[in-house]
Design a protein around this ligand. Structure first.
Ligand code: SAH
Ligand code: SF4
Length: 394
């Protein structure tokens, strides 16, 4: 049965995107692709290779956005480059800072689609929450992004561009291995990263490159709602930490709140987790569990969660997420006491189950909320989209 979204097991190289003025944006291209673009523009292969190396370093290590600043390249050639290429960033539509320090950006692609990015600072580190798609094909019932149509996948350059924009905003160039506020990345913004596999992989490769943005793969987490056929490849080809949006332990409840479960069930999903390359006690899989009042939050649910994790011998931790309500949402967040009890049962079984602290509520920092506020879709429109998606999945 075909499902919406893109499951494309064949890696497709990304073609360089030309802007309206004909220039090519180099952000998102690997070193060989930059060299190929330079050759196409007329440079000798040997020189192109050398320049690609310099330009790569300037873009991803120094954070250069202008060829004029590249002092290791001869002046006339800088001008020649600027006529043909650019080093872009997503356009900022709105930037907000919460009273708790959380920053949120509503961004725009060059072709005019809005998407979101959030930075959550802690005492001496911080996590950037990056989007992989504009909208989402899936329709998790508690998720605001799920009420939006998928507009398109983000390109590798638009994904890595989010990280670069955050570095700009935090003043954290050049790239260095330690001591930065932007220390961690989670692919937990808008969209399902495993339905945009190639672009997410290519972007994260640049983020992880020691001479690129230089973030260790141990500091990057990819969150999936459970696209089972792509999980092995994610482990092999990207190798970052895995988070799985489990959210329920029975078929009936998970079918309802994460409709992808009708295609890839809980047992299949947990078997894929057990086979995830690199999962061990030092690198545990995170199970995300959104706390929905009277839906998935009973003692029995907590015990079943423990049983399942044990059955598959998973090196796991559980992240309990208080449901972040949005206008018209069909659920409520579990009471504090219920969340505490759920957490205790899992902890007592020897599995870490911290409760995630809500951040940035005053600026609607939860996934999909700022974009929605900007668009103000009617309730009827949201229902119609939800129904269409459900029908496509049935
Ligand atoms: N599509 C991927 C990654 C993006 S969603 C996935 O589903 O895993 C990132 C996390 O935020 C997921 O665990 C998702 O279930 C959770 N989430 C979405 N909407 C939420 C809400 N309103 N309240 C709390 N968590 C939410
Ligand atoms: Fe998409 Fe993730 Fe939201 Fe589900 S929770 S609708 S997969 S973004």
């Amino acid at each position: 049965m075909p499902i919406p979204g893109q499951i494309d097991p064949v890696p497709v190289p990304r073609a360089a995107t030309r802007r309206e003025d004909g220039r090519v944006d180099l952000v998102g291209l690997g070193k060989p692709a930059i060299a190929a673009a330079l050759i196409e523009a007329g440079l000798e292969p040997k020189q192109a290779k050398l320049r690609a190396k310099q330009i790569w370093h300037q873009i991803y290590n120094r954070g250069a956005t202008d060829f004029a600043a590249m002092s290791d390249i001869a002046k006339p050639q800088r001008a020649w480059l600027a006529e043909r290429f650019l080093i872009g960033r997503p356009e900022v539509v709105v930037q907000q800072v919460s009273t708790d320090g959380t920053r949120k950006w509503l961004l725009k692609t060059a072709d005019g689609h809005d998407f979101e990015m959030v930075f959550i600072p802690d005492a001496d580190r911080g996590t950037l929450c990056v989007s992989s798609q504009v909208g989402c094909t899936l329709n998790c019932r508690f998720c605001h992004t799920g009420t939006m149509r998928l507009v398109r996948n983000l390109e590798a350059g638009e994904i890595v561009g989010q990280v670069m924009l955050a570095r700009d905003a935090l003043g954290e160039w050049p790239s260095q291995p330690e001591g930065r506020m932007l220390s961690n990345i989670v692919m937990m913004g808008m969209g399902e990263p495993l339905y945009n596999f190639e672009n997410v992989r290519d972007a994260l490769k640049i983020v992880m490159d020691g001479d690129g943005l230089g973030l260790s793969r141990r500091r990057i987490t990819l969150s999936t709602s459970g696209v089972v056929p792509m999980m092995g490849r994610a482990g092999d080809e990207i190798g970052v930490n895995l988070a799985v949006s489990l959210h329920a332990v029975t078929k009936a409840v998970r079918d309802e709140i994460v409709p992808l479960n009708r295609k890839y069930g809980i047992e299949e999903l947990l078997a894929a987790c057990a086979a995830y390359p690199g999962a061990n006690n030092a690198r545990r899989i995170t199970f995300e569990y959104v706390m929905l009042k009277d839906k998935n939050d009973s003692d029995e649910d907590a015990r079943e969660l423990v049983r399942l994790i044990r059955k598959y011998k998973l090196p796991a931790k559980v992240n309990l997420i208080p449901f972040n309500p949005w206008p018209g949402a069909p659920y409520e967040c579990s009471d504090e006491e219920r969340v505490r009890r759920f957490s205790e049962i899992v902890f007592e079984a020897g599995i870490s189950a911290p409760v995630r602290r809500p951040r940035g509520r005053d600026i609607m920092a939860a996934c999909g909320q700022l974009k929605s506020a900007a668009e103000k879709k009617s309730r009827a429109e949201l229902d119609r989209i939800a129904e269409e998606k459900q029908a496509a999945l049935a």
